[in-house]
Design a binder for this molecule. Structure first.
Ligand code: UDP
Length: 326
């Protein structure tokens, strides 16, 4: 296959590229290096089946050229990270909504298949657990910037499904739950890389809120496996899939697990949400995926354990600290 990946120099995009190249496919990527990094793709830039373009997903002629050349597009370019989203809501809405529109519009010309990345954030404050793809979405008020992310991604989903129904574009939607692993940066607030660095530097581990809120963490390798299978499965168009592991852990429990795995003497401290994200921040209490639909479609569900995730992230951060890059 020839696969075009938007956001290909990002965390998930770079892992996906490596996997597709290893499987013998051609990979074209586009990235504006806003949250993606050249360091993520360095090992691939000389590969004969790899091509990268630094540019924007808003650049319709460029996106169109790359969509046309590929057999399938994986649209990962988006504003992500709660900190980034709360601090730059205009950028978030524009990137997520307009970027997806550009990609779908390009795909519509020749009915090229597109997998669009969405997020578990769209379930919002729903308390109906585990979350299933056909459940109602429960978003907070428009006065809280966090929900702009969920809403922009929900709109991406409406748009992709509308292109499928009305313009016969074969679209697939993935709602990624907390996906973590090597190369994820803590710069935009993500909890696992932040805790890992704090633990390795014996600094205070900063738990926001009470720490009773929980998440399920999935390894990026599992997310990549799900994408790789979905784009090669013909009967999944016009469908939405949860992609995530289903082992729940409180954020305080996560802090303890990372501290212990790192053999760290860090203290675990509590920080108010207002201090971490600004006033009026609303968190989600629990978030658990139901991956029955995914497993039925592709014969796979994320299964790499939290212990492996933590040890992989610690190994990467240890190296980064030793190299003076963290
Ligand atoms: N969090 C934390 N300390 C940090 C970063 C995040 O306690 O340094 C918390 C955050 O408030 C949330 C959870 O960890 O409850 C997961 O945060 P992340 O930003 O990784 O993902 P999301 O909120 O999108 O699930």
């Amino acid at each position: 296959m020839k696969v075009f990946i938007t956001g290909g120099a990002g965390f998930i995009g770079s892992h996906l590229s490596e996997r597709l190249l290893a499987d013998g496919h051609y990979v074209y990527i586009l990235d504006d290096l806003s949250t993606g990094e050249m360091g993520n793709i360095e090992s691939m830039i000389k590969h004969p089946r790899y091509e990268y373009r630094i540019g924007s997903v808003h650049d319709a002629p460029l996106v169109s050229e790359l969509v046309d050349r590929a057999d399938v597009t994986v649209h990962l370019a988006a504003a992500v990270g709660v900190k980034l989203i709360v601090e730059h809501p205009v950028h978030t809405i524009q990137t997520n909504v307009h970027g997806t529109e550009v990609v779908l519009n390009a795909a519509a010309k020749k009915q090229k298949p597109v997998l669009v990345a969405s997020t578990s954030e769209v379930y919002g404050k729903s308390t109906r657990l585990p979350f299933r793809e056909d459940h109602d979405l429960v978003l907070g008020p428009t006065t809280h910037s966090r929900w702009a992310y969920a809403c922009s991604k929900a709109l991406d989903e409406w748009l992709a499904l509308a292109y499928f129904r009305e313009k016969k574009v074969p679209t697939i939607l993935c709602r990624f739950f907390n996906t973590v692993g090597p190369r994820q940066t803590g710069r935009y607030g993500m909890v696992v890389p932040n805790f890992a660095l704090q633990a390795l530097k014996n600094q205070d581990i900063t738990v926001y809120g009470t720490g009773d809120q929980s998440r399920c963490f999935g390894h990026v390798r599992d997310a990549v496996e799900a994408i790789t299978r979905l784009i090669q499965t013909p009967n999944v168009y016009g469908e939405v899939f949860n992609v995530g592991a289903d082992r729940e852990i409180s954020i305080r429990g996560l802090a303890e697990a990372i501290r212990d795995a790192a053999g760290s003497s860090s203290k675990i401290v509590q920080i108010d949400y207002d201090k971490a994200y600004g006033e009026g921040f609303e968190d989600m209490n629990r978030r658990i995926p139901d991956c029955t639909k995914l497993e039925k479609a592709i014969g796979f569900r994320p299964k790499i354990t939290l212990e492996t995730i933590i040890s992989d992230v610690l190994a990467e951060k240890r190296e980064a600290i030793a190299a003076g890059n963290a």
